[in-house]
Design a protein around this ligand. Sequence first.
Ligand code: FES
Length: 280
Amino acid sequence: MAPVSLHLLSLTRLSLPFRDTVTNPSTPRIPPWRRQWISPTDARRRRLSMPVSAVAAEAPLPRAVDEKETPAAGEERFDWLDQWYPVAPVRDLDKRKPHGKMVMGISVVVWFDGGGGEWRVVDDACPHRLAPLSEGRVDGKGCLQCAYHGWCFDGHGSCQFIPQAPALGPPVHKNSKACVASYPSVVQNNILWFYPRSEPEYKEILQRKRPPYIRELDDPSSVINSGVRDLLYGYELLVENFMDPAHVPYAHRGQFPHVPREEDIGRYLNLTRKVASRSR
Ligand code: FES
């Protein structure tokens, strides 16, 4: 499993060269007919037991919240599953189709709910036969339709339609087992964020806890370069790398126009910040 990380940097800061949004290349896209059948419960348990990190490839999974550890005296326990995580810059998302993403080791599908007029994040597994919903479509009513047997889901994950169910039969689509897990999500700073808990008690989590607000990202004088890239190492190494500008003229030689190309440019790098003039 490869992780997904999101980086949002002002142009005034040095960064790795980013490609445009990249889907997780190592996320297997297994046709439904070749998938080993596992129950939704097993699938969720597997997800929670997978190695997880916002950016770490093989970092140990944050323990499920019911596996509480006693923190040392004076040590604050960090709950990985009680945080908001960036999924994608909104500008990278196409409202006409679902997008499969892997965040925190959870396979999710991002799609635009035509009925609610909002981006949604739900499990990328159909409750029927676990086909990846990211391979489905957004139907004419704005619902997410599974590509395998056509079950349709609304923005809250409720099944709205089962094509094979008799029209005059019992409303089997209302069975709770026909729902797909839906996660709290919100757009902030032009980023789609999600909260990795789908239980009902977290439905209103946004009222109690919001994603971190980054003022500069909404500042019109800032020029933002954003992208998503899978990195096969941990976030600790990435943060350390960003705090180490001395590597830039060597490791990224010739990649940045404002970095001198001379062999020996000195021991430090001058960083400048450009502020665009605002027209009144
Ligand atoms: S797997 Fe059958 S409708 Fe999704």
